[in-house]
Design a protein around this ligand. Structure first.
Ligand code: FAD
Length: 320
């Protein structure tokens, strides 16, 4: 069976969920070989093996932390040379997309970004994308060289699939460009204790209907009862009620959770562009004609100041 490289996104050896989702998709198109780089790379092996990695190629070097993406591209290029994979899968983060683009250029192949599904095809892996503000779904494949595909978080389930996970050291020679851009400082964002917006299984968002920064407390309370991330429409962000890092949409973040709850959001096309691939969409809006109701699975016509706190209480009661 052909091997499929999976780029491992990890923090000091703790594998992030989108990588485990990639392993689920990788198993559909070949035998997953994970590539873990940087400090703690070796510590990823057990988790990766539990989720289907037949092999884990590791390389630890200070360059991965000290410089931007080029050392990682060098390492993936070395892994491609060593394995000749059927495809390279990378999580669709900002960094992942930069790595993918640079790698495809080096390989003289093509790149597909923000895939939401992946299947085996007669002529190589076929990726599904949601395009034009999610008005269309397309299927495509890379027709030249080794396909490089980035996949959006929450596009596949995390599945237990025990495999060998044999650890092998990857041999990497860094290019002259690798040390061209040095990281001079890192400032961790203040933690809210909530999941990362783009990776969260549940997102609760508020819009102009929330009517004030202080009222976002009720959106946060619902999010916390569900273990969800908080999102916001651009109207809410532009009004200064919530940070831009939480904006969902065309000029914000693209999310694809299992459940998206939109409160006081009308459903403008630019907002839909960032959330329309969510698996289940719920909207709470006092205007029964609001466009958001065209795409919801469940709609509540009502005042969010009545509905959201009741929903929060109900969730808490059911959780016991
Ligand atoms: P509104 O459209 O004003 O809707 C507010 C809704 O709240 C209404 O439907 C109203 O009925 C409801 N409401 C009011 N009070 C209550 C209540 N008490 N209870 C329940 N419901 C209530 N927008 C984004 O979100 N993300 C983007 O990334 C983005 N990018 C853009 C890029 C460009 C180039 C442009 C031109 C626009 C972009 N926009 C984006 C803006 C977008 O067009 C809309 O203006 C914006 O999404 C509207 O936000 P909203 O739904 O919160 O506000």
């Amino acid at each position: 069976m052909a091997e499929v490289l999976v780029y491992v996104d990890h923090v000091d050896g703790a594998v992030r969920k989108p990588t485990l989702e990639l392993l689920t998709l990788a198993r559909r198109v070949g035998e997953p070989v994970a590539v873990a780089l940087g400090g703690g790379a070796g510590d990823t092996a057990a988790t990766l093996a539990e989720h289907g990695a037949a092999k884990v190629l590791t390389h630890e070097a200070a360059e991965y932390a000290d410089y931007l993406v080029v050392p990682k591209v060098d390492a993936l290029q070395a892994a491609v040379a060593a394995v000749s994979p059927a495809a390279v899968l990378v999580p669709s983060s900002a960094e992942g997309k930069e790595i993918a683009a640079r790698l495809a250029l080096r390989l003289g192949s093509g790149v597909i970004t923000d895939a939401v599904d992946l299947e085996a095809g007669d002529e190589g892996p076929v990726a599904t994308q949601s395009v034009f503000a999610a008005a269309f779904t397309t299927k495509s494949r890379v027709s030249k060289g080794t396909p490089v595909i980035t996949v959006k978080p929450n596009s596949a389930a995390v599945e237990a699939a025990p495999a060998a996970g044999a650890v092998e050291a990857l041999s990497v020679t860094f290019s002259a460009a690798a040390t061209g851009t040095k990281v001079t400082s890192r400032t961790p964002r203040e933690s809210t204790g909530r999941p990362e917006l783009t990776e969260a299984a549940i997102v609760v968002s508020g819009g102009r209907g929330v009517n004030g920064a202080e009222n976002f407390a009720i959106i946060e309370a619902l999010a916390d009862s569900l273990g969800a991330a908080v999102g916001a429409s651009r109207a809410a962000v532009d009004a200064g009620w919530y940070p831009h890092t939480n904006q969902v949409g065309q000029t914000g973040k693209s999310v694809s959770p299992q459940l998206y709850i939109a409160s006081g959001i009308s459903g403008a096309i630019q907002h839909r562009a960032g959330m329309q691939t969510s698996k289940t969409i719920v909207a709470i809006n006092k205007d029964a004609e609001a466009p958001i109701f065209e795409l919801v699975d469940y709609g509540v016509v009502g005042d969010l100041f009545d509905v959201v706190p009741q929903l929060t209480e109900e969730v808490k009661t059911r959780k016991g």
